[in-house]
Ligand binder design. Structure first.
Ligand SMILES: Nc1ncnc2c1ncn2[C@@H]1O[C@H](COP(=O)(O)OP(=O)(O)OP(=O)(O)O)[C@@H](O)[C@H]1O
Length: 531
């Protein structure tokens, strides 16, 4: 809980302090009510003034608790909003290779499940603080009533807290393991959704997937959850029972208290049962949220600071790769793939085709060319000047690309520009998509289309970006023959005529003649045409 509160105080110190103070004050009002009830039970003290104080304390407790909880809801959502945006900025600034290493699903799990777990548990803070103060208030009153009983109760409570701390070690480890299993489970659940076509076509495979992959992962999650939560059920219920044990000992033990004094003390102890139970019930979600916060912080530490100001786009004319190499360091693969060393020049106003068999390194070279990967060795010269690492984000702005694993955003680039809608509509007509899609408020009216149609829309978005260099990674592979011809014979030459540098990864040998230069790759080595 301390880690959660520290996070809140760092993010919004004033609002966090206010919410905490209101939570504490509501606990104080609840403690005052306990004292007033106890006094009222001593008949000679009952009076209209006491009644007024009691109703006043009840109203104050309610108002303070509402204020504290509503403030904390708003504060939590502000903190979560800032967290989501700052992680978003960091992700945008993170090198592609690092993102690939972390993996899409673990990233998604942190951004969704962990952030929600954190937000959910933070809401419990005023409840816990209020109950802690209520407990302390009641204890003070108890000490004033009978110091011996107070010391007795305090000793039992310390004993219970120590026992709880020791007994909690097991479930805490299980909760940490549970979070690890959740990563695996989500990966398999995603495969189930994304591979549903394949699994439905092959029923046996679908059943095997459930039995051998998803089932064991889900069982591990269930096992750890049951183990952890059952332990907490034991621990919290034993903690609660300890209270009744203390009450029993006070009631039936040789305390020497009069009937009225005994009633007042037992009443205070009974009054404490609810807050203590509430504190204990809040512990599992608090522990889970501390694990979630650990994951979030670890990710934030792992990723670079996001850059706020947009980098000023470069406008290079000639890009030269000098002795550039790139190797993938992957445990999953048997042999490490190395591209290069590659020497290659790309100029504006020319069409360059990158050819090569599957796995020869075309996409890797394209990623290096457009600055999404940094070279391991060698350098990239921009108009003859070596590209520094710090300038890579600005360098990337010189490229517009449609990758083979492209993502089609419904939101079009340049939507702030008043002329954009007309330009986008013109492109939709040119790419024969106007009968299917409209542009509304800077967005495409739909993206639920065929693969080839979606690729045409990705091309529209690339055209709208209007960058000096264009990269198309097997763009034409899903197009019908008529539109393939439009792409190679009309669109590419038109880009060249507009002074754009065009890099095309292609297997369409019928159109190799369109290229000004053809660069061939085999096994990561340039085998021809790189001048
Ligand atoms: N993220 C990655 N991690 C590890 N190895 C990778 C990664 N991406 C590609 N590789 C390896 O690098 C090699 C070249 O891959 P690349 O995608 O550049 O080939 P390609 O020529 O574009 O192939 P294709 O025509 O099939 O698209 C392959 O052997 C592949 O296994």
């Amino acid at each position: 809980m301390i880690a959660l509160m520290a996070h809140l105080f760092r993010a919004a110190p004033f609002q966090a302090a206010l919410a905490v103070l209101l939570g504490l004050a509501s606990g104080g009002a609840a403690a005052a009510m306990a004292v007033l009830i106890s006094r009222a039970l001593q008949a000679d003290l009952r009076s209209p003034t006491l009644a007024l104080w009691f109703f006043g304390a009840a109203a104050a407790q309610m108002v303070l608790r509402i204020l504290s909880e509503t403030r904390l809801i708003a504060l939590t959502q502000k903190v979560v909003l800032d967290l989501r945006l700052s992680l978003g900025q960091r992700l945008l600034a993170t090198p592609q290779l690092r993102l690939q290493q972390i993996g899409r699903q673990p990233l998604l799990t942190i951004l969704t499940r962990d952030i929600d777990a954190f937000a959910g548990a933070v809401q419990l803070i005023p409840l816990i603080l209020g109950n802690v103060l209520l407990t302390l208030g009641c204890f003070a009153y108890l000490a004033q009533q009978d110091m011996g009983i107070f010391l007795w109760v305090l000793a039992s409570l310390l004993l219970g807290a120590t026992g709880f701390h020791l007994a909690e070690r097991g479930p805490l480890h299980r909760l940490a393991r549970l979070r690890g299993h959740i990563d695996d489970l989500y990966i398999h659940q995603r495969a189930l959704i994304e591979g549903s076509k394949e699994l439905q076509l092959n029923h046996r495979r679908g059943v095997q997937f459930l039995d051998r992959i998803l089932g064991p992962a889900a069982s591990s999650v269930a096992r750890e959850y049951v183990g952890a939560m059952s332990s907490y059920v034991w621990v919290t219920n034993i903690g609660n029972s300890l209270f009744y044990l203390v009450i029993g000992l006070v009631l039936f033990g040789p305390t020497g208290l009069s009937g009225a004094e005994l009633l007042s003390v037992v009443l205070i102890l009974l009054y404490l049962v609810r807050p203590v139970a509430e504190i204990l019930i809040c512990l599992p979600p608090l522990r889970q949220s501390a694990i979630a916060l650990g994951r979030i912080s670890q990710l934030a530490d792992d990723l670079p600071e996001g850059t706020q100001p947009a980098p000023e786009p470069m406008q290079p004319r000639v890009i030269t790769l000098q002795g550039v190499t790139h190797s993938y360091r992957s445990d999953a693969e048997d042999g490490v793939f190395t591209l290069g060393p590659v020497d290659l020049t790309v100029r504006r106003g020319e069409i360059l085709f990158l050819l090569g068999g599957n796995g020869s390194g075309k996409t890797t070279l394209a990623m290096l060319l457009c600055g999404l990967y940094a070279p391991d060795q060698g350098s990239i010269l921009v108009d003859g000047v070596p590209l520094a690492d710090a300038a890579r984000p600005a360098y990337r702005q010189a490229f517009s690309a449609v990758f083979s694993d492209f993502h089609l955003f419904a939101h079009l680039p340049g939507s702030d520009d008043p002329g954009m809608r007309q330009r986008a509509t013109d492109f939709l007509h040119r790419f024969q998509m106007a009968h299917k899609v409209r542009v509304e408020n800077g967005c495409l009216s739909t993206t639920d289309l065929s693969t080839g149609q979606r690729k045409r829309l990705a091309l529209v978005a690339a055209y709208l970006e209007d960058r000096p260099f264009y990269l198309f990674d097997e763009w034409a592979a899903d197009q019908d023959p008529a539109f393939k011809a439009v792409f190679y014979n009309d669109l590419l030459p038109e880009l060249r005529a507009r002074g754009k540098g065009v890099i095309v990864i292609s297997h369409d040998d019928a159109y190799f003649g369109v290229a000004d230069r053809v660069v061939k790759l085999a096994d990561g080595q340039v085998t021809g045409g790189a001048a």
